[in-house]
Ligand binder design. Structure first.
Ligand code: KDG
Length: 317
């Protein structure tokens, strides 16, 4: 396995027009979850990915399962819970940049994940373990599960990639920040956005955030700067990568997951950090130009067309 990721995926209801949710009447049902978004981004590029989670044994659980299986993700570590439902959430699109989410996940199946749901052999088979700051804030047992997964990864030379993915709605615990910092200190690669970096470190520049997050000296910190691109810093070098042009933002949610998928795909392909970050910015930008978290994630052929700036394509008129 190239990458194993672990987290909650929900059915996502998206209204057919912009405006406050209370006025919406028609919704389409998609699926969304930061970790499975990354997984989909990676399998579309030909990597081998496994997703660990729990789903309700209900129609929505099966919708997610069938969708992810259709994408080609290994689901051998997914369990169905009889007594807890699959989480759902709604997007409120006030305009293309002001998108909010309303969760219905407080008693979801994924929230029941336990450390003993993890298989050491499975996690040890991967090159990278990808986790986000969403899962440890879902419940105490999810927090323990994430810490156990990290421990297994570290004991087996699996690199830990951490996207803090701060969700204020999940930060009800007074120690949310401490939890995210505790995980950051154990990660090999950290992918904060500008606001997350500020929240975690109190610093305002990407350079000082990276210094503060690089506790053990060997961490790679990559700060997402939206339309200003991304900043990366390792022990030995640092740099900026400009953003990939976006023609029109349709839906910004999921861009960070596309970015993570691009970086990990680059690293798996043997690219250096700079080129991997560049791939991340391309994929993140493609996600924003399509409605939905995953619908804009490219396959290998599209990524190559875009990065080679080829104008040649089959256009059916
Ligand atoms: O990164 C996009 C995610 O925010 C979205 O898919 C939903 O995973 C999600 C969450 O918990 O907010």
């Amino acid at each position: 396995m190239d990458i194993i990721t672990l987290g909650e995926t929900m059915v996502l209801f998206t209204p057919d027009k912009t405006g406050m949710l209370r006025y919406m009447e028609q919704f389409s049902a998609q699926i969304g979850g930061s970790e499975s978004n990354v997984a989909i981004g990676l399998v579309r590029l030909g990597h081998k990915v496994g997703w660990i989670s729990k789903l309700g044994n209900d129609e929505f659980g099966w919708k997610i399962f069938q969708y992810l299986r259709g994408e080609g993700i290994d689901l051998s570590q997914v369990q169905f819970e009889k007594n807890f439902p699959t989480g759902i959430y709604f997007k409120e699109m006030l305009n293309s940049e002001e998108v909010r989410v309303q969760y219905y996940r407080s008693d979801s199946a994924a929230k029941q994940l336990q450390p003993n749901d993890l298989s050491e052999k499975y996690i040890a088979s991967a090159k990278y373990l990808h986790i986000t700051g969403i899962t440890p804030l879902l419940s105490d047992n999810c927090y323990k599960t994430i810490m156990e997964a990290i421990e297994i990864a570290r004991n087996n030379n699996v690199k830990v990639v951490f996207d803090p993915n701060l969700r204020k709605k999940l930060c009800s615990k007074s120690n949310s920040k401490d939890i995210l910092l505790e995980i950051s200190a154990k990660a090999d690669i950290i992918l904060p956005g500008q606001a997350e970096g500020e929240f975690l470190t109190g610093e305002t520049t990407p350079e000082s955030m990276a210094k503060s997050l690089n506790k053990n000296g060997s961490t790679i910190v990559i700060v997402k700067l939206g339309e200003n691109g991304a900043y990366y810093a390792t022990e030995d070098y640092e740099g900026f990568v400009p953003a990939h042009p976006v023609k029109q933002v349709i839906d910004p949610v999921g861009a960070g997951d596309g970015f993570a998928a691009g970086i990990l795909s680059g690293l798996l392909d043997g690219l250096n950090i700079k080129k991997s970050v560049q791939r991340g910015t391309v994929i993140g930008s493609l996600v924003t130009m399509v409605q939905g978290d995953i619908e804009g994630l490219p396959d290998r052929a599209r990524l190559e067309r875009i990065t080679n700036q080829s104008k040649i394509d089959d256009v059916i008129r």
